[in-house]
Write a new protein. Structure first.
Length: 202
């Protein structure tokens, strides 16, 4: 899966609506370059939150999802603040399509709701715009990037330093990404089952 676009509305440091488009074709690379405090980490958090309902470990005020300035405006106008992030993804077979079908992952939150908000996933036809809802968003997302290894793909500067400066954590990261821990657990369970069957036969 590759990111085609991100639509952010009143999320963290982003007040109002912001649309960011990415190149998704084969061999494409996207770079986000900006000075400090411009919003690079907020963009990272928008993507991470849309997928898993959480922020990077180093983020401050983890429960503060809706833009604070927008919240103040809503209180003044006596309206209920809300925020959302819509992430559009393209699957590998559509990388070279001009109007590809996209999977739209939308997570929104209203004031007073848990910080994880609500999530919806739709498959959107690139030509007609027709939508088909995906019944289990979490299963769909874990199918291409399991939450257990998300921290190794979505991290800020402090996150990469934490991994590379800790040899044990780096080793654990590599094992998790390669699925070695899961494979070893499966092998262990299989050995237990085999021993049990052998005892039953005897």
């Amino acid at each position: 899966m590759r990111i085609k676009s991100v639509e952010i509305e009143n999320f963290r440091g982003f007040q109002g609506s912001h649309d960011i488009n990415f190149s998704y074709e084969d061999n494409s690379v996207n770079l986000v370059i900006a000075e400090n405090e411009i919003g690079k980490t907020s963009l990272l958090n928008a993507i991470l939150w849309s997928l898993y309902g959480k922020l990077t470990e180093s983020s401050q005020e983890q429960e503060s999802i809706i833009n604070k300035d927008y919240v103040r405006i809503c209180k003044k106008n006596k309206t209920k603040p809300q925020a959302s992030v819509k992430l559009s993804l393209v699957s590998p077979e559509n990388y070279n399509e001009f109007d590809p079908d996209v999977f739209q992952i939308t997570r929104n939150i209203r004031d007073g709701q848990p910080s994880s908000g609500n999530i919806f996933v739709h498959l959107v036809d690139g030509i007609t715009g027709n939508q088909k809802q995906i019944s289990d968003p979490k299963e769909f997302i874990n199918g291409f990037c399991p939450e257990a290894i998300a921290n190794y793909f979505f991290f800020d500067g402090e996150g990469i330093n934490k991994i590379t400066n800790n040899e044990a954590l780096l080793r654990e990261s590599i094992r998790n990404i390669q699925g070695l821990d899961a494979a070893e657990k499966a092998l262990s369970d299989l050995n237990v089952f085999q021993e049990k069957r052998i005892k039953e036969i005897k």
